[in-house]
Design a protein around this ligand. Structure first.
Ligand SMILES: C[S@@+](CC[C@H](N)C(=O)[O-])C[C@H]1O[C@@H](n2cnc3c(N)ncnc32)[C@H](O)[C@@H]1O
Length: 269
């Protein structure tokens, strides 16, 4: 087994072959989408892409503990195939999460503009971690909630009082993409990676589906979001990416974070 709490520069095949079976509590997997946003995201055909996707899934599944959770990012179209594949492998479907990116992939004139991605949430068995209280989100109507905190709202003959930590998190996530957040005067700026995921989103997944000291795996870690989020939330991690530049950036990001928060104190982004 490779030492944990490291980011490796390895292809997923070499990386996963060095991970022991039944060791991973949570896998956060943000793989290529076949949208041709970079060389690593370009496949000759849908079949080539699906062959690649099913291969990393086959290599990953034995590494997950029976109590593990698996999150996979992709387009809704690709997720339709991935979902079917995972169900065929005996994994248990939990959610089809729609990520409303507050941004678009492209400005299409011949169909509705794409503004969402999908995050599939599966578990290996019925026994798994889900910390629903750790991921409450603000209520929509603050005015109504202000009133309800004082007097409650009558529901089915009982007085309901809002939870001070917000409402339960739904399967639609409104989180601005990094590309959108980094825009300057409305213009997209060049980032070190085409598709880094928002820290807030990865932290939500980690809070919900793992506990402190659990081991989290990401074999397509890019700029290191999963590794840094795991560190900040006091989880162990083991991550890789095949691109040297991204791994260099990710390792720097992680060591800067460790210097800034040496106590591993929890920060949110
Ligand atoms: C969607 S990006 C991940 C972005 C990441 N979640 C982040 O927040 O920065 C997919 C990553 O997969 C990596 N990748 C593509 N093919 C790979 C392979 N065969 N083995 C390992 N990494 C690969 C790319 O270098 C890219 O960084």
């Amino acid at each position: 087994m490779l030492p944990i709490n490291q980011i490796y520069c390895l292809d997923y095949k070499d990386f996963l072959s060095q991970i022991d079976e039944n060791t991973i509590d949570l896998a956060v997997i943000d793989p290529p989408y076949n949208l041709k946003v970079a060389e690593w995201d370009s496949f000759g055909s849908l079949n080539d892409f699906l062959g690649f996707t099913f291969d990393w899934i086959d290599r990953l599944l034995p590494k997950l503990k029976p109590t593990a959770s698996l999150y996979i990012f992709n387009t809704p179209f690709n997720c339709a195939y991935i979902l079917q594949y995972l169900v065929g492998k005996g994994l248990l479907f939990r959610n089809w999460i729609t990520w409303d990116k507050r941004d678009g992939f492209s400005a299409s004139k011949k169909k509705y503009n794409n503004a969402q991605e999908t995050i599939l949430f599966f578990t290996k068995s019925h026994s798994y971690t889900f910390n629903t209280e750790a991921i409450r989100v603000p209520y929509d109507s603050q005015e109504r909630i202000k009133h309800a905190i004082k007097k409650g709202i009558l529901k089915n003959g009982k007085r309901w009082f809002p939870n001070p930590n917000g409402k339960l998190c739904t399967d639609v996530w409104h989180i601005a993409s990094e590309r959108h957040k980094q825009k300057q005067n409305g213009k997209t700026i060049k980032m070190p990676h085409a598709t880094p995921k928002p820290m807030e989103m990865i932290q939500r997944i980690i809070r919900a589906s793992s506990n402190e000291n659990d081991l989290i795996l990401d074999c397509f870690v890019g700029l290191g979001t999963t590794a840094v989020a795991s560190y900040l939330l006091k989880r162990n991690f083991i991550c890789a990416d095949k691109n040297h530049e991204y791994v260099h950036y990710a390792q720097e990001y992680l060591s800067k974070t460790m210097q800034l928060c040496p106590m591993n104190s929890e920060l949110t982004f």
